[in-house]
Ligand binder design. Structure first.
Ligand code: F3S
Length: 413
């Protein structure tokens, strides 16, 4: 693997021990994957910000790095933590656990990581441009950056992302190479399919695509229109049920202006037809529980945008969340602040719903609540919460989830 003079100097220790260790990890990774050289990145996004992911080992590693003077070399943002920093007592987080998360936050601050605590850094703080190389982790953010923006990053593991942040480098293989970004599996949709499933559609389609595709690159043909939030929901679901890191949506995403461009002139390895039956079957699979009484509702996965907050407020105006039900809306501090200024947060909180800021159901210890059945509009929550929260899960559209929080019951479609 070719190294520049500067990279060689870093490996010789000229830039300090943290950079030397970080670059040697990246070099080993690059050699394992046959990289020809390093790529310079414009930003990093790290998941080891969460105590649930980093654990005590993370605190030990970050403490050592800080004591050796480690500072990030490129713009670096943090994924959600394992607590809502302002409200962790309200969410019944054990004090000792919260203190460990706060310790991680202090250490990341000292390394120069921007404390964004969000899985949607691409909306505000860390906005990549088309063609830029990145060193990101967080599956939902990686798939958005690659697919919707056209930036280039592999799905980095925790700590490899920190190595990228400390050096401003990643080994150049996989999705950094144009020839590894061409589509492999074609999904052809029936016309008007989206209209039949309203707000179920994009997370359910993403879930289906992820299940079939695994870690290959899907191309979706037949979507006429998709909003920013729908693309976000689609990608997060596909990255959870499979390990999709890049998708092409013909006529919607930037590397797929045409079907030919999406496949780079090659033939698809596999073709699938998606109609009402396939989407309905997927929606049924996404629920591990039946319709009926629920005790917790989770929306805002990935973190809610201000437009989603507007919608939640409109659906909750003048209503009350049912006694015994928790409706938690996950978002980040910037969206929370805008929602306060615009009056949405007041309407949401007057209904009895809670904003869960800088974290999510999936990242927090929720054992103290004893939840049994969760309703969600997120394909990613539907995939993970049966394990992480330990509840049954019922997948429903956004409107149906808010309705379920008000009535205490969810209807399965
Ligand atoms: Fe974000 Fe948590 Fe969902 S990190 S993508 S809200 S599982």
């Amino acid at each position: 693997m070719h190294l520049t003079d500067e990279e060689q100097r870093i490996l010789d220790g000229a830039s300090g021990e943290p950079q030397r260790i970080a670059l040697s990890v990246l070099r080993k990774l690059g050699e394992a994957y046959g990289a020809d050289r390093m790529a310079e990145i414009t930003s990093a996004h790290v998941v080891g910000s969460s105590y649930q992911i980093a654990g005590e080992a993370g605190i030990e590693i970050y403490s050592q790095l800080v004591s050796q003077g480690a500072r990030v070399k490129v713009l670096t943002t943090s994924d959600p933590g394992s607590i809502d920093f302002a409200r962790w007592r309200e969410f019944r987080t054990p004090t000792a656990y919260a203190e460990r998360q706060i310790r991680i936050a202090e250490l990341l601050d000292q390394m120069g990581v921007i404390p964004t605590w969000t899985c949607t850094p691409y909306t505000t703080f860390n906005v990549p441009r088309f063609g830029e190389d990145l060193g990101w982790s967080e599956s939902s953010a990686v798939v958005f950056a690659n697919s919707v923006i056209g930036a280039r990053t592999n799905r980095l593991a925790a700590y490899v992302d920190v190595c990228a942040a400390l050096t401003g480098r990643v080994p150049r293989f996989g999705l950094h190479l144009p020839e590894c970004r061409r589509g492999e599996v074609l999904f052809e949709l029936d016309p008007d399919l989206a209209e039949s499933f309203e707000d179920h559609f994009f997370p359910a389609l993403g879930y289906l695509v992820g299940q079939v595709t695994g870690d290959r690159i899907p191309v979706i043909a037949g979507v006429k229109h998709a909003t920013f939030d729908q693309l976000k929901a689609f990608g997060a679901a596909s990255a959870a049920s499979g390990s999709v890191a890049l998708y092409h949506m013909v006529g919607i995403t930037p590397e797929a202006r045409t079907l030919e461009e999406a496949f780079d002139g090659c033939e698809p390895a596999e073709r699938l037809h998606v109609g009402k039956r396939e989407i309905a079957q997927t929606i049924a699979q996404m629920s591990t529980g039946q319709g009926g009484a629920i005790d917790v509702v989770g929306v805002g996965c990935p973190h809610a945008s201000i437009d989603q907050m507007r919608r939640y407020a409109a659906l909750l105006e003048g209503k009350r969340v049912h006694t015994g039900v928790q409706l938690w809306i996950c978002t980040n501090t910037v969206v929370e602040e805008m929602a306060r200024r615009m009056g949405y947060a007041k309407v949401i909180e007057q209904s009895g719903a809670k904003l869960m800021v800088g974290t999510c159901h999936n990242d927090c210890p929720l054992g103290a609540w004893g939840f049994r059945r969760l309703a969600t509009d997120s394909g990613k929550f539907a995939y993970y919460t049966p394990t992480t929260v330990g509840t049954e899960c019922v997948f429903a559209g956004t409107e149906a989830c808010i309705e379920a929080a008000i009535t205490g019951r969810v209807e399965q479609r």
